[in-house]
Ligand binder design. Structure first.
Ligand code: C2O
Ligand code: CU
Length: 516
């Protein structure tokens, strides 16, 4: 069946999603969007040398009323209160972070998207036990862009991220500095991260999670750790570095004014700036993906409200491309929760005097064109489900196959991987550690992508940059090109997995090795 619903959905412990508190029965007052600052959650931290992060359970005021226990990385020096700091580094810097684990279970810090060796990758291959410490020390080789760091212990990643162990990492370089100088948008004011998440929160403001759960869909939305966030903006250009840090929810964000999308300029993806801005009405943001966008609030009248909404969408059937599934098929499955329900994420109130217009340059970066992959070794990555309902990649489940590399890649080689979603149930956001890849082709695309595809490549605007996570739709084959010329030696083991964290924890992950 080409259906798309939560398997084993249990309404008792998966309350319906709330858009700005609709299901709570009480009016929710929008809270001010949290911004990066000197203290608190998201605090900016520009390391000038080695830093320490302490994974700890801490009491915070995330929701109105009672305090919430978060598991967070405590980081700032000088006794400042600083949780999950936003790390700012430049390409070429050495990042030197010692993790001290004060949790009662093992954890790690994975540097998502960074081109590091196995010892610094922070995957579950190298867990840090309770009370233990581990130093991560590596040169930042990536292009400028928004990356992130999060916990990655085997079987526990879903719980630990739901509890809060995730922060942002901004890499800077000359091209990015040049663009910032042209745009003149001040960080923290008109250049802001939007760290989007959903959490399941109980009546006492505790974040809840259940081991062995399927896709963990939250009942509260957070942007930058603010619930029901709102922000007052002036009529003018803003830059948002959007990231989806939800466990399982695929978002389709659009900026709506009176129900119609404001066209936004997509200027960057996971691995940094595109070559030129691409105009989009909305985009897909799966767990772990990033999108760098410019939004012009000068395009709406002062006094207007713009809603950042995740639009609804439907999966399509595998065998034929006849279109969206009928609602009555969904209705036949009570307890099913469609992954693509509409959901309001935050609001922007446009007020004040228009800022002088800003010219957005046509050339953003020297992004190389997609490589000509003729003659590259091709490898198939098959996503499927076993007879017992277990997730498989190339027929293997991580829980039984584990650390033994499923295949080896020669260092210095270049390969194309055909990631084939053999299931019709849902898209899977597939993440590859240690590399940034290019999307080369999509065999079919869901209608929403096809409508906006660039030329006849089958690709959407988000496929045009470097990426480390790619959404593979039901029945689709996505071909990615990967360059393994890494400056390391010896065998380096990396993870390849679905970034739906419940899928990952249930074994939709495998180990591969890059070897000399
Ligand atoms: Cu963001 Cu293997 O993870
Ligand atoms: Cu998955």
């Amino acid at each position: 069946l080409g259906l798309w619903w939560r398997r084993d959905a249990d309404p008792a412990d998966t309350p319906p999603a709330s858009a700005h508190g609709h299901d709570t029965g009480t009016a929710v007052t929008p809270s001010e969007l949290r911004r990066p600052g000197k203290t608190g959650l998201l605090a900016d931290l520009r390391p000038s040398g080695p830093i320490r992060l302490q994974a700890a359970a801490v009491q915070t005021d995330v929701f109105a009323g009672a305090a919430t226990t978060l598991w967070a990385y405590q980081g700032c020096e000088g006794g400042k209160s600083c949780l999950n700091p936003t790390l700012h580094v430049s390409r070429g810097d050495t990042l030197d972070v010692t993790l001290h684990n004060t949790l009662a279970e093992e954890t790690t810090v994975h540097w998502h998207g960074l081109m590091v060796d196995e010892a610094n990758d922070g995957s579950g291959l190298h867990p840090v036990p309770a009370d233990g410490e581990r130093q991560y020390r590596f040169e930042v080789r990536n292009r400028a862009g928004l990356y992130w760091y999060h916990a990655h212990p085997h079987n526990r990643t879903g719980r630990q991220l739901q509890m809060g162990l995730a922060g942002l990492l901004l890499v800077d370089d000359d091209e990015e500095r040049a663009l910032r100088a042209k745009l003149g948008l001040a960080w923290g004011e008109r250049d802001l991260p939007l760290m989007l998440a959903d959490k399941q929160v109980d009546g006492r403001n505790a974040i809840v999670y259940r081991d062995e759960a399927d896709d963990w869909i939250g009942n509260r939305v957070l942007a930058n750790w603010s619930p029901e966030p709102a922000m007052t903006v002036t009529p003018g250009l803003y830059r948002f570095r959007m990231i989806n840090v939800a466990n399982a929810r695929v978002l389709r964000p659009a900026f709506l004014h009176e129900g119609a999308p404001l066209p936004v300029r997509l200027i960057g993806t996971d691995g940094g700036l595109l070559d030129q801005p691409r105009i989009v009405d909305d985009l897909f943001l799966a767990p772990a993906q990033r999108a760098d966008v410019l939004v012009d609030f000068g395009a709406v009248p002062a006094g207007a409200r713009v809603v950042l909404r995740s639009l609804d969408y439907v999966a399509m059937e595998n065998e034929d491309e006849s279109g969206p599934l009928a609602p009555d098929i969904m209705a036949d499955h009570p307890g099913a929760v469609a992954m693509g329900d509409a959901l309001d994420l935050m609001v922007f109130d446009v007020e004040g005097i228009a800022a002088p217009p800003i010219h957005v340059p046509d050339a953003l970066s020297s992004l190389p064109p997609p490589p000509d992959t003729a003659g590259w070794k091709a490898r198939e990555i098959r996503l499927s489900m076993g007879a017992d309902g277990e997730w498989l990649i190339n027929g293997l489940n991580f829980r039984s196959h584990g650390h033994h590399p499923a295949f080896e890649v020669k260092r210095g080689s270049r390969e194309v991987w055909d990631i084939r979603n053999n299931m019709t149930s849902m898209p899977h956001p597939i993440h590859i550690h240690g590399v940034q890849f290019r999307v080369v082709s999509r065999s079919i695309s869901p209608p929403d992508i096809r409508a906006r595809q660039v030329a006849d490549s089958g690709l959407g605007p988000q496929d045009l940059g470097f990426n480390d996570t790619v959404l593979v739709w039901p029945g689709e084959i996505v071909r990615v090109a990967i360059d393994f010329s890494q400056p390391f030696s010896g065998t380096q083991r990396y993870m390849l997995h679905c970034h739906n964290l419940e899928h990952e924890d249930m074994g939709m992950m495998l180990t591969f090795a890059v070897v000399d």
